[in-house]
Design a protein around this ligand. Structure first.
Ligand SMILES: [Zn+2]
Length: 202
């Protein structure tokens, strides 16, 4: 029913996380209709994104590399305590914790969680980079803020085990974020309390 080119656009939109067939179709029709100027701007910005925004070399969040920086704004912020390191699964989780205002340290983004069923073992986690970071920054406390899901808890346990030999305080965010829940969708107050009420893991 739809022109071939438009069908392709629907297919591409449907590849986006959380976008189903119907939404993809609605987006495509929107761009094919009144929003031609917007389509051009969006296309331009998306194409330019990769050359301006890259993963931060230190934490795995995103850095604006247009001005030659390879390190993100949080890692460059001297008012933050480099000895306090919060480990999160995804950048969305970092952003959610930032919104809570409860974190005065810095972050490390794992990018993935331990997930034996999906074939993701300890070797697929950026542990070497994490240890380097802990050593270089003289980290004294690591907050494990992986989500309270099966994979998130397994990852926290693995990290606790791997870091046990180092002389640092290991803490886990407090419950309050519902089990299996997504940090991204927890409200700021709950997330702030989860950070403030973190407990030692041994
Ligand atoms: Zn960074």
């Amino acid at each position: 029913m739809l022109p071939e080119r438009l069908r392709r656009v629907v297919e591409l939109f449907a590849m986006l996380p959380g976008v189903g067939e119907k939404t993809a179709q609605r987006f495509a029709l929107f761009f094919a209709g009144e929003a031609a100027g917007f389509a051009e701007e969006l296309g331009h910005e998306l194409a330019a994104l990769a050359s301006h925004v890259r993963p931060c070399e230190r934490c795995g969040s995103l850095a604006d590399v247009s001005d030659g920086q390879a390190v993100c704004a949080i890692c460059r912020d001297n008012r933050r305590d480099p000895r306090l390191l919060c480990i999160v699964h995804r950048i969305q989780d970092l952003l959610a914790i930032e919104r809570s205002g409860a974190m005065r340290g810095r972050y490390f983004v794992l990018g993935r969680l331990l997930s034996p069923l999906d074939g993701i073992g300890p070797d697929q986690l950026p542990l070497t980079r994490l240890f380097e970071r802990i050593r270089e920054d003289g980290v004294t406390e690591v907050i494990l803020a992986t989500p309270p899901s099966v994979d998130g808890e397994a990852t926290a346990l693995l990290l606790a085990r791997e870091l046990a030999a180092q002389s640092l305080r290991l803490t886990r965010i407090a419950s309050g974020v519902p089990h299996g829940g997504d940090l991204e969708f927890a409200d700021q107050v709950t997330l702030g309390r989860a950070i403030d009420g973190r407990r030692s893991m041994g």
